[in-house]
Design a protein around this ligand. Structure first.
Ligand SMILES: *Cc1c(COP(=O)(O)O)cnc(C)c1O
Length: 397
């Protein structure tokens, strides 16, 4: 069967298309400006200048010092470094570390804990409300004398729920003021929130923050870890002196330049958030109204302006994904990372919606390139697809 090229791209939470302005900014560093940013000669110095210019843009975006911005090979690496690096530093200081996190974190975070738990590190996994939000009081109860890290994502990649990061930061601060023995650091994976939310680290009150290039219309294979000055963190790989020795390895100059440009563009595209939210609501309301037995997963209020995650009762999510793809509509079931496995999404299961609803979920994630006509087209083709699949599976309304 001839496969149609996906023309309606509603999978921007998995990755975003490269902005042509980003590509343009990168190209010189893939061609004539090929210098190693650590080389002393002028070609090297050109590369160094480009790296530092990008760092300045990220620092401006995060409202932090340039020396607090570290370029990494991916957000997965940033998450790993934040967690493993803080744990190693604590262990060096003679502490037996305890970590607090939520059960709906990204695998880049959760899989790291699995390894640490095998090594005797204690991890508390907070459950979430029906709407997919952590409960502040639960964090308060979980904090112990040896808690070295709290890591809660800013916005969820599957259901788009936005966590109260500044509130959590205030709680941690209170503990530290009351008793100086508390050495809790606060990390947030801000990958999904970067396009839409204020990432001022002062306002968020975090010590560590993760970003990814390819979720903000930049290149794949580049991330950022913000590390507040004075934070006790150890490297997790070893080599040269790059990135103050915390992330050794020759800088990926083109990708760093691309990320810098992408960050700069985020600031201008934030103006379009209102119209994106309108499109999101059109899609949510259209589906819930036109197709019976459909359910929005995750809080409607504390939600990213581009995320629509809906369960279609009596329908296998994967089957609907394939029908949509044949019409040129690209979506996800749960997270892209768990597709290919038959396990239901850990995020949807955490909402207590049950196995069936978790397996019948589709994530539509809109982007800055999404237009009204595309949403209208989806709303036009979807009801018949769902009717068809329900008929096959023998589901009765
Ligand atoms: C995509 C994503 C990551 C991983 O980013 P990479 O740069 O692909 O490693 C981490 N956390 C969240 C929330 C994500 O959505």
């Amino acid at each position: 069967m001839q496969e149609k090229q996906a023309t309606i791209y509603l999978d921007n939470a998995a990755t975003t298309p490269l902005d042509s302005k980003v590509l343009e900014a990168m190209l010189p560093y893939l061609k004539e400006q090929y210098g190693n940013a650590s080389s002393i000669h002028s070609l090297g110095q050109k590369a160094r200048e480009a790296v530092e210019k990008a760092r300045k843009k990220v620092a401006f975006f995060l409202n932090c010092k340039e020396s607090e911005v570290y370029f990494t090979p991916s957000a997965t690496f940033s998450d790993n470094l934040a967690i493993l690096g803080v744990v190693r530093a604590a262990q060096k200081g003679g502490i037996k570390p305890h970590i607090i996190t939520s059960i709906i974190e990204h695998p880049a975070v959760l899989e790291t804990y699995k390894i640490l738990e095998k090594q005797g590190v204690e991890v508390t996994y907070l459950s979430v409300s029906k709407g997919g939000l952590v409960v502040i009081e639960e964090i308060e109860k979980a904090i112990k004398e040896n808690t070295v890290l709290v890591s809660i994502m800013l916005a969820n990649n599957e259901i788009g729920t936005i966590q109260p990061i500044a509130e959590i930061a205030n709680l941690i601060k209170r503990f530290k003021i009351q008793d100086s023995r508390f050495k809790i650091l606060f990390h947030t994976d801000a990958v999904q929130g970067a396009n839409y939310l204020d990432l001022d680290v002062e306002k968020l009150g975090v010590d560590l923050l993760t970003l990814s290039g390819h979720k903000i219309y930049g290149p794949k294979g580049i991330g950022v870890l913000y590390v507040k000055q004075g934070t006790a963190i150890e490297p997790i790989i070893y080599g040269g002196h790059q990135e103050a020795g915390l992330i050794p390895g020759t800088e990926n100059v083109a990708n760093i330049v691309g990320l810098g440009k992408a960050i700069e563009l985020v600031q201008s595209s934030k103006l379009k958030v209102q119209s994106l939210r309108k499109l999101r609501d059109k899609l949510i309301d259209g589906i819930l109204k036109e197709i019976p037995q459909t359910f929005l997963n995750g809080s409607r209020e504390a939600r990213l302006p581009n995320n629509v995650n809906i369960s279609f009762k009596g329908v296998e999510g994967e089957a609907l994904l394939i029908l949509l793809d044949q019409e040129g509509v690209a979506v996800s079931t749960g997270s892209a990372c768990s597709s290919g496995s038959l396990e239901a999404s850990h995020v949807l299961m955490a909402l207590n919606v049950g196995n069936e609803r978790a397996h019948s979920a589709i994530r539509f994630s809109l982007g800055k390139q999404t237009i009204e006509k595309e949403i209208a087209k989806v709303l036009e083709v979807l009801p018949e697809m769902v009717r068809h699949l329900r008929k096959i599976s023998g589901f009765r309304l």
